[in-house]
Design a protein around this ligand. Structure first.
Ligand SMILES: Nc1ncnc2c1ncn2[C@@H]1O[C@H](COP(=O)(O)OP(=O)(O)O)[C@@H](O)[C@H]1O
Ligand SMILES: N[C@@H](CCC(=O)OP(=O)(O)O)C(=O)O
Length: 372
């Protein structure tokens, strides 16, 4: 068995609160330095890495001198706001030593459920990755309440994996991986090396958080793996305290628990576009654009669009049809139908002049499109 990280090009790494804050004792700067060094090494090997880091609440409680985690949401939110400053500062310094810049991204579940914000988050993350910046993501605790909280960053890690269509999600925690039962309570628990994400038996094995610092325990990690698998990504649960854990995974060493996806990324994306979203409109392509999209899977530029049908907003799914009315592709529109009508048939360089702004050069980017 070889670690799937070996072949993964795009990876989301999630680190939990207990690791980040040394079990609530304060930011573990040595651990952050190790992960930063390893992520820098992965990037040198040509992999794109996004980091989802917990720890804001635990660090905030520490900074505010609170011995126990408060129950009241407004106090948790205040602690998160204080602690997030420390997290960002620490990551910024740790990555700077490797000549890497970092970016702070705070997201809520609602952001990713909203079509326009989804597309904005996706585009921003792609742009940051293209700029070789390391995005550091956490939940935007200030604006979430009980109903809309991710509740745990394992789920956030999975949603980000879906969002950027990563090949793998690596969840670093304080255990070696998944056991048949919580090893803190059951010393006879057996280590699980590999399983299919989504296997119902895994949910039976997983217990809640073993410490007072972490929140979700193993169950949220199993559910995150199931969610990540929906976009074709594998999940690895491994110990963040293990030396060189990320580099060894990238070398192919089989450490941790591997939870495999049974669908490919492309199949998952096609399924998602085909099933989950209603078509909000149509773009009629000229012959050249229809051929380029159909045969080469290129992005669709405004100049190749002859007509716009329907009313849609940025982020809505639209069909691309040829002059015979045959659907060539479908994808997420970067512009609304009103904007698209103004910029169609025009070269990209004229978009800014016509609209007064440029959102993106393409009407549909090829990463957000599936050909049929
Ligand atoms: N089947 C299991 N295998 C491994 N760990 C388990 C299992 N069930 C529950 N746990 C507990 O889950 C904890 C990790 O989850 P959590 O505390 O939320 O960490 P994190 O902060 O990394 O998200 C472990 O310390 C362990 O006690
Ligand atoms: N946004 C919160 C996340 C809390 C959380 O999910 O923690 P964990 O279960 O340790 O990943 C924080 O930064 O404290």
């Amino acid at each position: 068995m070889q670690s799937l990280i070996h072949t993964a090009d795009r990876i989301v790494v999630k680190v939990g609160s207990s690791l980040v804050t040394n079990d609530g004792k304060g930011l573990d700067l040595a651990a952050l330095a190790r992960w930063a060094a390893e992520i820098a090494e992965l990037k040198r090997r040509g992999k794109e890495v996004v980091l989802v880091s917990s720890g804001a609440i635990a660090e905030g409680c520490q900074r505010l001198g609170w011995a126990t985690r408060p129950k009241a949401v407004h106090e948790l939110q205040a602690a998160a706001a204080v602690g997030q400053m420390g997290l960002c500062e620490a990551y910024e310094q740790a990555f700077r030593r490797h000549g890497l810049q970092t970016a702070q991204i705070l997201l809520t579940h609602e952001d990713l459920a909203d079509r326009t914000r989804y597309l904005n988050a996706r585009t921003t993350l792609s742009t940051l990755m293209a700029l070789n910046v390391v995005p550091i993501i956490n939940e935007n605790d200030t604006v979430v309440t009980a109903e809309i909280r991710f509740g745990d960053n394992d789920t956030l890690g999975a949603l980000v994996t879906n969002l950027i269509e990563a090949d793998a999600l690596v969840i670093l925690t304080d255990q070696q991986g998944l056991y048949s039962a919580d090893p803190r309570k059951n010393p006879d628990a057996v280590f699980i090396h590999e399983a299919n994400a989504g296997d119902a038996a895994l949910e039976e094995m997983a217990g809640g958080a073993g410490s007072s610092i972490g929140t979700g325990g193993m169950l949220t990690k199993i559910l995150a793996a199931k969610r990540a698998a929906r976009s074709g990504a594998a999940t690895i649960i491994a110990c963040g305290r293990e030396h060189d854990v990320l580099s060894r995974l990238a070398d192919g060493e089989a450490i941790g628990t591997q939870l495999l996806a049974t669908t490919t990324r492309m199949a998952a994306r096609k399924q998602w576009l085909a099933d989950h979203l209603q078509l909000a409109g149509k773009l009629v392509l000229d012959a050249g654009a229809a051929q380029a999209v159909r045969e080469r899977g290129t992005s669709l530029l405004p100049i190749g669009v002859r007509a716009v049908d329907g009313a849609f907003l940025r982020g809505d799914v639209v069909a691309c049809i040829d002059s015979d009315g045959i659907e060539v592709a479908r994808g997420l529109a970067n512009y609304s139908s009103d904007e698209a009508r103004l910029i169609m048939r025009r070269p990209t360089r004229e978009i800014e002049q016509v609209l007064g702004y440029l959102v993106e050069p393409e009407l549909i980017h090829r990463d957000n499109m599936v050909t049929l």
